[in-house]
Design a binder for this molecule. Structure first.
Ligand SMILES: Nc1ncnc2c1ncn2[C@@H]1O[C@H](COP(=O)(O)OP(=O)(O)OP(=O)(O)O)[C@@H](O)[C@H]1O
Length: 443
């Protein structure tokens, strides 16, 4: 930058001077006609010209400095404050090694991450999260909550879909209006239509009085269609029409009812696969998939395990602590039942720890320990030799242990055990039968 100014200070007076010389020569030629024959007049003009030339250089320099100095000072100041980094200043600076740059980027990212975490903790006090993946989810939640957009929340069972739906409502303009939830998997298909749209008295056997459906109850507020993947096909068509028109008829009714309802939906199914198989309507999918949010399974966000475990422990038994070894055990598990499984295990541990102030490994299910032992055995390269079993036999043993532990932790309740294991109830039932596991033994 200094070089640029130096050049200007030099060039401008020079041009100024040359211009004066040029004027002098012209004047000399003109005035030459008036000089006497000895040329004394010429000499006088030449001497005056040199003087004028020197004077012009000086004046040019002073004027240029006078005009440009404030700009130079201003630019120098900015340069010093590092607010502007010109190409030249970058080159003047000592070069940063790639290590330093990497360190700087890492610290900057960590600071940004910490600030986002703080924001999210304030905005979503009920949602415990440390992983980047979950904080990205929360950023999406914060954005979409303020709108009236339809949201489709996808993720495995127990990942927190219902919790997220509640948070969306909490941060929406409809938070003081009704928030109605219907679990499409829990309502029998023949009752589903009446549950959603209501019915008139006498419209079917058992309809002893007129009844409002979820849509009417949620008018002005939000309707959460949980497990939408379990909605019967014929109702999907009706639902699509209602979502498009925001109006419907009660079962057995002939009056069109208009409502203003925001829709949130959730599923643990892959709706795109269901569309391909013909069990989910493509048009309905596009109608509800306006703003999709995907909740990653807990095994893909292991950083969350510890904070969640501590959170559930402090909710259930304030003042109790985890033994570090117990926390390690929790962190080493793959959590097929996601956050719900972790919550159940911590609740169970609290009961077992009773009056003890520390929750230790002995209060955690054997399932976690066997997972750890198996993983250790595998990493030591000894798994295939364990008890002389082959890989297939080891996997079967492992599967049996997991099922038994899940049944043990749920007191033999298969629906809950299937949830913990992250498999369908029917699938658990088939495996229980295949391995001849006595479910009653866990009751
Ligand atoms: N990030 C979290 N912080 C605190 N609690 C959580 C979190 N995620 C899930 N939970 C808790 O885990 C349990 C299961 O969550 P939720 O019911 O929202 O899961 P889901 O995905 O809707 O499950 P499903 O598909 O089986 O209905 C709830 O008790 C919920 O409060």
């Amino acid at each position: 930058m200094k070089k640029i100014f130096f050049n200007i200070y030099f060039i401008v007076p020079l041009i100024f001077g040359l211009y004066t010389v040029f004027s002098f020569v012209v004047t000399y030629r003109i005035t030459g006609y008036f000089a006497d024959e000895h040329g004394s007049g010429k000499f006088f003009f030449a001497a005056a010209g040199c003087l004028i030339f020197l004077l012009s250089l000086a004046i040019g320099y002073v004027l240029t400095r006078f005009i440009l100095k404030p700009s130079e000072t201003f630019i120098e100041k900015i340069k010093d404050s590092q607010a502007v980094r010109t190409k030249e200043t970058i080159m003047d600076e000592p070069e940063h090694s790639p290590d330093e740059m990497e360190k700087f980027t890492r610290i900057f990212n960590q600071a940004a991450h910490a600030l986002t975490n703080l924001d999210n903790e304030t905005l979503f006090p009920d949602i415990v999260a440390k992983s980047r993946a979950m904080h990205q989810v929360l950023a999406q939640v914060a954005k979409v909550a303020r709108t009236d957009a339809t949201v489709l929340i996808c993720g495995d069972s127990g990942t927190g879909k219902e919790l997220v739906a509640g948070s969306i409502v909490e941060h929406s303009s409809r938070k003081d209006n009704p928030f109605i939830t219907i679990n499409c998997a829990a309502v029998s298909p023949n009752l589903m239509e009446s549950e959603l749209f209501g019915h008139e008295r006498g419209s079917f056997t058992g309809a002893v009085a007129q009844k409002q459906g979820c849509f009417e109850q949620a008018d002005g507020g939000t309707l959460f269609l949980d497990e939408i993947g379990d909605m019967p096909l014929e109702l999907q068509v009706k639902l699509l029409r209602v979502l498009q028109e925001q109006s419907f008829l009660r079962v057995g009714g002939d009056t069109v009812i208009k409502v203003n309802v925001r829709i949130l939906a959730a599923t643990n199914k892959n709706l795109e696969t269901m569309i391909r198989k013909g069990s989910f309507r493509e048009e309905l999918f596009y109608r509800i998939n306006v703003f999709p949010i995907f909740l990653p399974p807990l095994r893909e966000r292991q950083e969350d395990v510890e904070v969640l475990a501590i959170h559930f422990l402090s909710c259930n038994a304030p003042g109790k602590k985890f033994d570090p070894a117990a926390l390690d055990l929790l962190k080493g598990h793959s959590w097929p039942g996601n956050v719900r499984e972790l919550q159940n295990i911590v609740e169970r541990a609290v009961v077992l720890a009773d009056a003890e102030s520390v929750v230790g490994c002995e209060h955690l299910p054997d399932l976690l320990k066997s997972t750890r032992d198996k993983v250790q055995a595998f990493s030591a390269g000894t798994a295939l030799k364990v008890n002389g079993l082959s890989l297939d036999e080891t996997l079967i043993e492992f599967e049996k242990t997991m099922i038994c532990e899940a049944l043990k932790s749920t007191g033999g309740v298969q629906v809950k055990a299937a949830n913990i294991l992250g498999i369908k109830q029917r699938s658990l039932w088939n495996r229980v039968k295949k391995y001849k596991i006595d479910v009653n033994a866990f009751r």
